[in-house]
Write a protein that binds this ligand. Structure first.
Ligand code: NAD
Ligand code: UGA
Length: 436
């Protein structure tokens, strides 16, 4: 099976490397020369656990290659996956489909023989129809089918998620394309990952529905956490008590500073737009978007309260910048709004993140001071704020922190410490939904 992956970002690179690991021949095409240069020289353009080894092994075996020559790659392909970005369009929240449609045009001009074109990018309902129209218009003689195969992996556990998915969704009515897709995924469903066949529009919507539901679940528990703070309840126990009900499930019930990342924020917005245009507004998702947006700034106010109501002239130490641990991805990270709000109120910011500092610099105010360890962040700080739950922040030496800080205040936006432990160590401790 000759597979071409257009886009070697988080999804394209992980999917390409995993497909190669299943024994397929995979070429990843990208326009970004720096990215290709890094990959050809064995350097990963993104931080994703295990990806370096997977790419190296499969490149050495000759099953995985990288190129900017889309025409040559596509002309020899049986299946071409589109895994380019679909960010929010500036100003209106619709998904920006220009990269997808651009890729479709280039594929159409390059393909030869029957080719299956698969949208792996997250795309609004009807995008497959438009890709089909573009390909037919660009290359009227083309023999092809357009399939929707949304991806459900998470950053930070992307390889595990890709290789052991809860399900694989394939949206097509074309029998030949369906057989080829089953061939591509055969190693997975032999491992008991079910394949769900459906029509293309349904597959496209399934992806948005899944992401929006998860975003809503997180937002629900975040609102419960706020209520816990007002009424003297404990959100950790509420989550456990709810999550053990198998109809609810324990996952994605961890209260925090609001969801971020490259997908939940943009996908919830895009779904809201699709639904409004279809005269079927999704009011729960509209509320989710707005509650989550306000939450990030509310987290900055929590920090300000913890240091006595004013941050002007005080140093605030930030631990964790990425939107979640085990990634270097800063897209829509809550840390961005929290830090900007604190800077607006006159705080000096020191920060440390194990992997995300290079990505963070262009997105954060220029006077943020980046440190090499959590202990360097703590020096002279009036508060330490845990924004991302990296494992290295889970067992900090509290006595050591206390000796270097201006005042011992810990704001734990991920609830990774036990309140009594931190308070016994002499800290003022603020957290989420556990009555501070
Ligand atoms: P990304 O921005 O990391 O990567 C996209 C890549 O595509 C870039 O390297 C870019 O240079 C390249 N590209 C754009 N147009 C191109 C073209 N015409 N030819 C060749 N290369 C081109 O994006 P991502 O995070 O991998 O997301 C891709 C899609 O997958 C999005 O629709 C996203 O919603 C979806 N998705 C992402 C995740 C995730 O965890 N990041 C998970 C599931 C689904
Ligand atoms: C998410 C989905 O989980 C994937 O299934 C999907 O494929 C992907 O989006 C996508 O479409 O791109 P990802 O954004 O990588 O994956 O990370 P998540 O683990 O879902 O976390 C997203 C955000 O929610 C993070 O900011 C995280 O801290 C937050 N979160 C998650 C919580 O605040 N509480 C939780 O209980 C879980």
């Amino acid at each position: 099976m000759r597979i071409v992956m257009i886009g070697a970002g988080y999804v394209g690179l992980v999917s390409g490397a995993c497909f190669a690991d299943f024994g397929h021949n995979v070429i990843c095409v990208d326009k970004d020369a720096q990215r290709l240069d890094a990959l050809r020289n064995g350097r990963m353009p993104i931080f994703e656990p295990g990806l370096d080894v997977l790419v190296e092994e499969n490149s050495e075996q000759g099953r995985l290659g990288f190129t900017d020559n889309l025409i040559e790659a596509v002309s020899q392909a049986d299946i071409v996956f589109i895994a380019v970005g679909t960010p929010s369009r500036r100003g209106d929240g619709y998904a920006d489909l220009s990269y997808v449609y651009g890729a479709a045009r280039e594929i159409a001009a390059a393909m030869s023989g029957f080719t299956v074109i698969v949208t792996k990018s997250t795309v609004p309902v009807g995008t497959g129809d438009e890709v089909e129209r573009i390909v037919a218009e660009t290359n009227p003689k083309a023999e092809f089918a357009v399939v929707s195969n949304p991806e459900f992996l998470r950053e930070g556990s992307a390889i595990e998620d890709f290789k052991r998915p809860d399900r694989i969704v394939i949206g097509t009515d074309n029998e030949k394309a369906r057989k080829l897709m089953e061939e591509v995924y055969r190693p997975l469903y032999l491992n008991a990952s079910p394949i769900l066949h459906m029509n293309r529009r349904t597959a496209e919507l399934t992806k948005y529905a899944a992401n929006a539901f998860l975003a809503m679940k997180i937002t629900f528990i975040n609102e419960m956490a706020d209520l816990c703070e007002q009424v003297g309840a404990d959100i950790q126990d509420v989550s456990r008590g709810m999550g053990m009900d198998q109809r609810i499930g324990a996952k994605f019930l961890h209260a925090g500073p609001g969801y971020g990342g490259s997908c939940f924020p943009k996908d919830t917005l895009a779904l809201v737009k699709t639904a409004q245009d279809a005269d079927s507004p999704t009011r729960l998702i509209e509320a989710t978007v707005s509650v989550n947006e306000q939450r990030k700034r509310a987290m900055a106010r929590k920090v300000i309260r913890a240091v006595g109501g004013k941050v002007r002239g005080k140093t605030i130490g930030i631990l964790g910048l990425t939107f979640k641990p085990n990634t270097d991805d800063m897209r829509e990270s809550p840390a961005i709004s929290i830090i900007q709000t604190l800077v607006d109120k006159g705080a000096e910011i020191k920060a440390y993140d194990p992997e995300g500092m290079d990505q963070a610099k262009p997105l954060l105010p220029p006077n943020v001071k980046y440190c090499k360890t959590p202990y360097e962040v703590a020096e002279e700080a009036s508060a330490l704020v845990i924004v991302t739950e990296w494992n290295v922040f889970r067992s900090l030496d509290l006595d050591r922190l206390k000796t270097v800080m201006a005042s011992p205040v810990l704001v734990d936006l991920r609830n990774i410490y036990r309140p009594e432990q931190v308070r016994q160590a002499g800290f003022t401790y603020a957290c989420i939904g556990r009555g501070d």
